[in-house]
Design a protein around this ligand. Structure first.
Ligand code: PEP
Ligand code: MG
Length: 574
């Protein structure tokens, strides 16, 4: 059956490929009690699923990658062993017979018991094996649900797989980076959630907030993804596929053409220079930054170094990462943000998740509450500052008290390093993110105390409009054109420019072509964005004229009618 789904567009481009359901089946298991006469059948259903899963795992052997074949075999052996473990198969069978529950529930319950046992292991390697237990049970659950995991028919197919997930955490998504797949779809999430930001960084079409995609799409369904429109076509006919193949090649051609702008200066038609910097999550993102001609890193989200691991990165590891980013940029500025953990980026070590994490112990609040963690990072950052042009950026500051406390930490760390004879740049610029309304409305403290500012529109919009950026139910309320948001942006940029304090925007708004000219009109001269958006933004800047932009921007600022504002924006972008 063909049908279309609509979600929130995250990352441009067209993908055509087959669905690969990323299972979160475990979370979705319901419990029901069976009449006595059906218990026997339920046990048989479980046995059939176990048998089918075993066949699936054995079949996977045929498709093992040439590289890392030994690891792949070891992984399959382990999964086969877990599948046959009495704690899973026999215990689930007995539970169905004893409690007359459904097979899914029995499996989930046994899995939780086994996972708890693994979690109690002292050995980190053994503890990690709980993930394998979960993966095996998910595979069985998929089979029980009638959506068995499929085996890719050949290694080439991998490249066109489209991941379909109910939800993916930013931590999980970053691990997929080196993998081969062509697009990502999720039921949950807003377009500025960190999951969406990481997806954008992968430069693959991505649509989030699809609500029921994982339920409606089956493994192996043919899909067309239009990442610009947020549209997913399921099992389209041949004509549609041909049409989208054409669009896909046009899109690729456009991308190819943009590459010519790589070393062009980003100047407006009237000769005003604009700095175009890149946002990165890891130092290994640098090749893409260079390919897209960035003149610096405007935001290195250092917290990604802390995710997906059992132990925290120590000073040496952090130092090596920061140094490689700074050295890799050959003297161009590298702005490293102190870790913004909490909210939707939790360390495994986090002891508790706050009831409202976006308003909880996040970013600088967490740093100030965990001085040891913060000091370790500051030492690593300052040491790396000796190797190039580095700046330190502090997220989520709300006002003078936090600024002072932060600066005091930095100055103490500098004293400590000096006393130990360790080199660092004594003048390393310290900047603050403007991402909560309180910060935008207390600019004097920021301008007095800090060397530069960077506006995080993702959070600034989230906190101004009171919409959870990870919640697709309120994603339609995310509105960079809301008069309150525009007021804050104009205020911050204007005040910073008047005080000669450099200011940039590093939230997703900076890379949205619809807003490039508006931000220029507000006085912004430094943008930082996902590397994949840099060249298109440069093209937009090259065709923009400030004398034309300014009067229309003023009209937008003085309007409060959404329709009129959209009309004016269209005029600005004509
Ligand atoms: C922002 O809030 O706009 C920002 C750039 O920071 P992050 O997206 O990492 O919260
Ligand atoms: Mg932010």
């Amino acid at each position: 059956m063909s049908f279309a789904l609509h979600g929130l567009p995250v990352s441009r481009g067209i993908a055509i490929g087959h669905a690969h359901l990323v299972s979160h089946a475990v979370l979705e298991v319901t419990h029901y009690v069976l009449p006595k006469h059906l218990v026997h059948e339920e046990v048989a259903r479980l046995d059939d699923a176990l048998q089918a899963t075993r066949q699936e795992l054995l079949a996977l052997r045929e498709y093992r990658p040439q590289l890392a074949a030994a690891e792949f075999d070891a992984f399959l052996d382990l999964h086969l062993m877990i599948l046959d473990d009495v704690h899973i198969s026999s215990a689930a069978r007995e539970m169905i017979q004893r409690e007359h529950c459904n097979a899914e529930w029995a499996l989930k319950t046994q899995m939780e018991e086994l996972v708890a046992q693994f979690e109690a292991f002292e050995d980190a390697y053994l503890r990690e094996r709980k993930t394998d237990v979960i993966q095996v049970v998910e595979r069985i659950l998929k089979t029980l649900s009638g959506h068995p995991g499929h085996v890719p028919p050949d290694s080439l197919r991998e490249a066109s797989l489209i991941l379909v997930a109910h939800d993916v955490s930013p931590a999980d998504l970053i691990q997929l980076k080196p993998n081969q797949f062509s697009a990502i779809l999720t039921d949950l999430g807003g377009a500025t959630s960190h999951t969406a930001i990481v997806a954008r960084g992968l430069n693959k079409p991505c649509v989030v907030g699809l609500h029921h995609a994982r339920e409606l799409i089956k493994d192996n369904d043919l899909l067309i993804i239009d990442g610009e429109q947020g549209v997913v076509l399921v099992n389209p006919d041949k004509q549609l596929v041909a049409e989208y193949r054409l669009r896909q090649s046009q899109f690729d051609l456009e991308r190819q053409k943009l590459k010519r702008l790589k070393s062009a200066h980003a100047n407006t038609l009237d000769g005003t220079h604009v700095e175009l910097h890149a946002n990165i999550e890891m130092p290994n993102d640098l090749p893409e930054v260079k390919e897209n001609g960035a003149t610096g890193i405007g935001l290195f989200r250092s917290e990604f170094l802390f995710l997906n691991r059992d132990t925290l990165p120590d000073e040496e590891e952090q130092f090596a990462a920061y140094r490689s980013a700074v050295e890799g940029m050959d003297g161009l500025p590298v702005t490293i943000r102190t870790f913004d953990l909490g909210a939707d980026k939790q360390m495994k070590q986090a002891v508790r998740v706050a009831s409202n994490p976006a308003l909880g112990l996040r970013a600088i609040r967490l740093c100030l509450a965990e001085p040891q963690l913060f000091r370790t990072q500051l030492r690593a950052l300052l040491r790396a500052s000796a190797y190039g042009n580095m700046k330190i950026l502090v997220p989520m500051l709300s006002g003078l008290a936090e600024i002072n406390q932060t600066l005091q930490f930095i100055s103490q760390t500098k004293h400590e390093l000096s006393a130990q004879g360790i080199a660092f740049d004594p003048n390393v610029p310290i900047g603050g993110m403007i991402e909560i309304p309180a910060a935008a409305l207390s600019m004097s403290a920021f301008l007095k105390k800090l060397d530069f500012l960077s506006i995080g529109t993702n959070d600034l919009i989230q906190y101004t409009l009171a919409i959870d950026r990870t919640d697709e139910e309120v994603a339609h309320l995310y509105d960079p054109l809301h008069p309150s948001v525009l007021y804050l942006l104009a205020h911050v940029i204007g005040q910073a420019n008047n005080a000669n304090v450099p200011v940039s925007v590093c939230g997703e708004m900076a890379g949205e072509l619809a807003y490039t000219r508006l931000l220029l009109g507000l006085g912004l001269r430094q943008f930082s964005m996902n590397p994949g958006q840099l060249l298109a933004t440069k093209q937009r800047i090259l065709t923009s004229s400030l004398p034309d932009i300014m009067p229309i921007t003023q009209k937008i600022l003085h309007s409060d009618d959404p329709l009129r504002m959209q009309e004016l924006l269209a005029q600005l972008n004509a």
